[in-house]
Design a protein around this ligand. Structure first.
Ligand SMILES: [Mn+2]
Length: 460
């Protein structure tokens, strides 16, 4: 009897020794403990190329859930920009964990309870192993924890024919060969072939086996979206995860389809953090000081210190409440933070045209709009041709129909929109203006969401 089998029998005896309802109770308790241990957290994330709102609302929303006793983890979809870095540093918060994708990993789907055979195992041990694991065509073979290879059921059967005529092998070692395909715990589950069962390793160590079926049954990651809902802006692999909630202030774009009913919160306010603030208030939860500072930073950023036309009275009221808790003076702190973000002097042209970039899709056409907010646009406009070349490279490399860059002056409250792609007609139609060498000047325009995207989409 294998150790595994003994274990199983002992557990059975233990279980049945408990009488009637106690056994049931014991079972329920075990299940509960198991669920608590294996319970997946809710990942709270903002959009790709995260801005201050995406980073800070992720922190704010995750903390609210934690305060409500829910296991939530703030994550980010990309690198922190300078403005956000200033805010995080100011309120003493370290950036959250970077999440590269939500794909189901082999690690989530691996069967860990398939005991391997030791390479010193005798032919009889091997036969007993296959007898116990009658669905398995091969046995993983290890030396210590290290995977040595696999032993095929057929190879063992073949060997037994030989043993009848004499010379029996001492161990299975000679029959073991390298598996044709193995998976690492970090591999994506969707790469596991439709048929067959495969050995999973962690480095050189044996972990277990995986199949397409176990991948299909692996628990999905639970994801809470803040500050975005369009597929192209969500961290990759969201189709293999489960969206459990959305708090956003953008248009509903693309097809946000979910498996079940979800918590959803959309309002046409200037900032997601404003909504997060009201969720704290509605639930009667006190806002922690550093979270208040971060949420305030998000509102200042998204509304460009209340200058943006997207700014509402609700944003201003939330900012006042948050500033009080955080203990900062809004105008002073706000200008400092915006200045920290507005310094683009150390960015390369490639970085500038990807700054705060978002992808959009209209009529099946994909384009990007990046934005830099600066105190003075002169330096950037002086290198306009270099920036347009960088935009053209970005456009061509990704097969976009266009790549736009908004050069927005916080002081003048205006935007110079420059672009690559055959867009002169679209741009002049969108903004009812004549374009001049891939540029249009838009006084009063600060908001991509409200003053640029809808206009381009309707002109496409
Ligand atoms: Mn936002």
């Amino acid at each position: 009897m294998s150790v595994y089998e003994k274990d199983r029998r002992r557990n059975k005896v233990l279980f049945w020794n408990l009488q009637g309802r106690y056994a049931i109770l014991y079972n329920i308790l075990l299940k509960l403990i198991y669920e608590v241990i294996t319970m997946e957290p809710i990942y709270v994330t903002g959009h790709k190329s995260p801005d201050t709102d995406s980073i800070c609302s992720s922190f704010g929303m995750a903390r609210l859930k934690q305060l409500q006793g829910i296991d939530a983890v703030p994550v980010r979809a990309g690198e922190i920009n300078k403005e956000t870095a200033f805010a995080l540093d100011y309120f003493g918060v370290k950036p959250q964990q970077l999440m590269s994708d939500f794909y189901v990993k082999v690690e989530d789907a691996v069967h860990r309870n398939l005991k391997p055979l030791a390479e010193e195992a005798s032919l009889k041990d091997a036969a007993l192993w296959f007898n116990e694991h009658d669905q398995h065509a091969f046995a993983p073979v290890v030396k210590g924890n290290k995977l040595v290879g696999v032993l095929e059921r057929s190879a063992l059967a073949e060997e037994f024919i030989k043993t009848v005529t004499g010379a029996e092998l001492d161990t299975v070692r000679a029959l073991v060969h390298e598996p044709q395909m193995t998976f690492s715990v970090n591999d994506n589950g969707h790469d596991v072939p439709e048929t067959g069962c495969y050995v999973v390793v962690d480095g050189a160590d044996y972990v277990g086996v995986v199949s397409a079926d176990s991948v299909a049954h692996a628990p999905k990651k639970q994801v809470f979206l803040v500050d975005h809902n369009e597929k192209k802006q969500i961290i990759d692999g969201i189709d293999e995860a489960q969206i459990v909630g959305v708090v956003d202030h953008h248009r509903i774009g693309g097809t946000l389809a979910t498996d079940g009913p979800i918590f959803i919160h959309f309002r046409p306010v200037g900032c997601t953090a404003t909504m997060v603030t009201s969720l704290y208030n509605e639930s009667g939860t006190e806002i922690p000081k550093e979270i208040a500072g971060l949420l305030l930073s998000a509102i200042i950023s998204d509304t460009v210190l209340f200058r943006s036309p997207t700014c509402t009275e609700e944003d201003k009221a939330a900012a006042a409440q948050l500033a009080e808790i955080a203990g900062v003076e809004i105008e002073k702190y706000g200008m400092e933070m915006l200045k920290a973000g507005a310094n683009v002097s150390d960015l390369t042209p490639d970085e500038i045209v990807r700054n705060d970039m978002k992808e959009f899709n209209g009529n099946g056409k994909t384009f990007t709009v990046a934005q830099v907010q600066v105190m003075d646009t002169t330096d950037l406009l002086d290198q306009k041709q270099v920036l347009i070349n960088a935009l053209e490279k970005l456009r061509a490399d990704n097969d976009y129909i266009a790549a736009f860059l908004m050069i927005t002056s916080i002081i003048d409250e205006a935007t110079n929109l420059i672009y690559a792609g055959n867009m002169d007609g679209v741009v002049s139609k969108a903004f009812e203006k004549d374009v001049l060498s891939s540029e249009v000047y838009l006084p009063g325009v600060m908001s991509r969401k409200k003053q640029v995207i809808p206009q381009i989409l309707s002109a496409l």
